[in-house]
Write a protein that binds this ligand. Sequence first.
Ligand SMILES: [Zn+2]
Length: 679
Amino acid sequence: MSLRLLRGPFMALILAIAVGLAGRWWWSTRTPAGPTNVVLITLDTLRADRLGAYGYAGASSPHLDALSRAGARFDDAVSSAPITGPAHAGILTGRYPARFGVRDNASTPLPESAVTLAEMLRNNGYDTGGFIGAFVLDRPYGFAQGFQTFDGFTRVDSGSEANAERQGQTVVDAAVAWLTARPADTPFFLWVHLYDPHTPYAPPDPYATTFADRPYDGEVAYTDAQVGRLLEAVRARDGGRSIVMALADHGESLGDHNESDHGVFLYEPVIRIPWIVAGPGVQAGTVIKEQVRSIDLVPTVLRATGLAIPPGLDGVNLSPLLRGEARTAPPMAYAESYYPRLHYGWSELRAVRADGWKVIDAPRPELYNLVEDPGETRNLYETQRPLADRMIAEAVRVDQEFTREFTAGASGDAGRAGGPVQPDEETLRRLRSLGYVGTQAPVLPAGERGPDPKDRIVAQKQFESQMSDAIRDLRERRTASAIEKFRRLTTVNNRSYDLHQFLGEAYQTLGQLPQALGEFEYAALLNSRATAPLLSAAEVHIGMGNLEGARKRRDEAAAIAPGSFDVSVVSGRLLESEGRFEESLAAYEQAVRVNGANPRPRMLLVGVASRLQRYDLAAEQLRALLAMGYQPSRTQFALGRLAHLRGRLDEAAQHYREALRLEPGLAMAAEGLRQTGRD
Ligand SMILES: [Zn+2]
């Protein structure tokens, strides 16, 4: 039976049976009548040992601590990746993120083919609402799948996406408003993502003052207060029928192992996460010592709601543990970090954690006994070679399985989907002309791992600080100075993907298109999973009038992220350059559908719609831009021009006047007003 048929009265009946019984099937103790709601709270960058519930004396986390006392706490929970996007992909699908090719933030989106918890619950009659605090979890990256209401960013300009953040208060306000407005007679799934503990550590007052010397703890305290507000609203609405899961996506190094934040290493401060479960039938004060993984969340929630667990998940149902049972053989946990390879040209890292042991597969491998040495200070690799090598072989096998699975499912050439890409002759020529090829191969050859991240992390601090300095120059239009600084950094690490991407952007700003192209193509070689350098190269090709070159790069990007926001924008530009305006319009509309928060495709759409004399469409987009607060005086002027073109002189004059009110010196608006004869 198709899921479409499972709607309406028939669906309601099925639900009443399935969900009503579930309460009794699941945790054995008394369960309030009615269906089980699901509340998922993901706490970004929240290190387990910084919560009171996990033993931190300096904590100010009363709400999460109380939730833990009222329910169960997993004492040994681990993430699948040390960065937000991949870690959340694992939490929301119950599968390891690498199976989908999700190995970096804001890069390969979680594909449509992935089935998320929101989709599973939605297909079974749940109301679904998602509320997020970081742009890397917004619509363009696939995390809105299955949510009827998805509350992300309303305005993000190109170039600022990666760092865009919404404060916890804003996210929780929106979630509470949704909870309050929704009908009481259907079960709901609510996902709230709080990004605040992520860098920069800058909590609002009073937390800034109270925690002046411990700003990270201040962010945790602020986040906890927001959790408190949210839980209060849930309790007021749900009659005690919600299962609440609060967990971190990953932790934070806070200087341990020489890492300041997270993203490179797989040590415990980042991989071990807090995870608290409360709800009907969960025994108060339960502490579960067994190793569990955040990929176990989906099957556990499905079991709690009485729904079938689909085949093919990597995670397993943890409800026996919540009932107080133990497992004979808890499954191993796998985690990986591809960030160092994709961004710095260093080796990727893989970890396997099982039976109190943890191996890190690095060029210089590491083995730790987590029971005796939870701080991972004594590398036992040399003394325990057989065990370590068995665990490393398992890590490599798992990685290869994921990579193979993803590569087989990906459209386009296998090189882009999986391993390193080899430069063509033209690209090599361009790189040589920039002075790059000769001393060092541009990319790590297949099978070569590159430097061990732990050998580079200390020097990297200085590199990052110089990068930030150069990026600031670029953003503040000191472009020549930025280029000089970026070029100097290529002599320190020529395999930094971000460095070449920014350098390309700098050359592009100055109109030095061949140089820009060389940098973008170099960046594309360094990071075969990123669409940004391919699409930047395509835009430069368009600027140079080389539409064939543009099409080639656009196609390569489309093979990585078909239908994505960025691919749609560049497709629109390419089609527009080819004079295929109707198709160009459709591409921009697709981009607006994927991410209405970015003004760029709306502006491009206004241009093409005007050219096609689709004035209503153009006006609709301009009004949307106004509502987003995008360049109000210019947008008012454009609305005036549009009305003017249609012979609506009163309306035109009104917009011109508004434009002049907002920007008194705006000559084109004054001229427009004069032409209407209404000045
Ligand atoms: Zn995160």
